[in-house]
Design a binder for this molecule. Sequence first.
Ligand code: NDP
Ligand code: 2IT
Length: 444
Amino acid sequence: MHPYLEETLDRVRSRNAGYPVFLQAAGEILPTLEPLLGEYPEIEELNLLERFCEPERQFLFRVTWQDDDRRIRVNRGYRVGFSSVLGPFKGGLRFHPSVSLDIVRFLSFEQILKNSLTGLSLGGAKGGSDFDPRGRSDHEVMRFCQSFMTELHRHIGEQTDIPAGDIGVSQREIGYLFGQYKRLVNRYELGVITGKSASWGGSHVRKEATGYGVVFFAQAMLRARGDSLEGKTAVVSGAGNVALYTIRKLEELGVRVISCSDSQGSLHAPGGIDFATLRQLKEVERGRLSAYPLSSGDTEYRPGQSVWDLPADLAFPCATENELDRADAERLVANGCRLVCEGANMPCRTEALEFFREQGVLHGPGKAANAGGVAVSALEMQQNAALEQWPFAEVEARLEAIIQRIHDRCRRLASRYSDPDDYRTGANTAGFVRVVEAMRAFGF
Ligand code: NDP
Ligand code: 2IT
């Protein structure tokens, strides 16, 4: 390993000892940037790698709210602005009991390269809370969001930092958050947050964007090998926003999706999942996956089981980080899987990725494959700034073009620094090169 890279990794490790998931991401990304060191001497001269690994700013705050029984509850809120070198801080908010500073920092770090890959002017950020929206009434969620925004509003703005959704934060939460922001600042500043409902300032296709983009990316990877999606079978983990719209687009393009999951188990539907039924259950009724109607005889809900043991040509991890380990990867490959495309952020453990590479399985890294969400967020900001709303078909066409561009750029840099199918090296180097050029331009 190049001595500068080794020294930087050592310093990053010692400075972040309490942040294992962030270190996992840094340990996965930094070594793939090694081939850039020869071509860009300023990376070492200006110590750009170490600067890249240190967040520009982090906020940690108390969020106090009242539940329906009038008990006072206390949660933690986070917002990490990792890099504003390519544009204002931009990235989602996650509400889930597992949220910690470590998780938010890892997500924020990944977001820098993802946002860079879109080619748009977006810095990298992430935030959230350990609040668990599950089982909470609408009013409880509203009071939590209002309290969360009461602190967050000081740190955000359409030129400063623009949040959006992530796990546990959908259009409902975005509405409550925006409503409180508007109240506090006395401005109808639509561009301060994305993922808004298309009925009041949101963009068409934002809800569908991440999942649709994941499928466009998989399609582009297959096309580059002279293959296509049609007629294939797939498993998709998760049953939230990203999983739902991955399933929808896969079905539209002729793929049979035989399984999806939640944190408690998986649904196996050998004849194919019915998207309309699933959407009604998950998005409209906010029900559990175990309540999916088992109308056809061979459909079953498998408590405690993931989707990775089922035979399928394609796998789409769309739930959460580190959800797919080496044993899962071995099962998938033994059952004939040839492509893994990530809807979630860092869903595959490093050993699983190594195994896929050894086996020649095509791998679409999340920061490239799931960039459709943030890309359409940027289109939402553009529409807000122009006081416009573009038609659904137009936004979808732009999304598909952006994903194709990201794919081609990853492939080009992968060919240059590794081999054409090494999308991981391609995505990391393509994302980092833009960051390097802007950092150099701005001085220190
Ligand atoms: P949602 O909250 O809509 O859905 C999350 C899904 O993942 C749920 O089905 C949930 O099940 C499941 N899940 C959560 N934690 C676990 C776990 N520990 N084990 C198994 N399943 C779990 O979130 P999104 O669909 O928005 O996000 C999914 C992933 O996609 C995340 O990694 C997110 O960072 C990433 N992403 C999201 C984007 C977006 O625009 N929303 C953009 C780019 C990436 P349960 O209900 O049981 O908790
Ligand atoms: O991980 C992600 O890219 C998101 N949660 C979406 C971020 C955004 O600003 O739309």
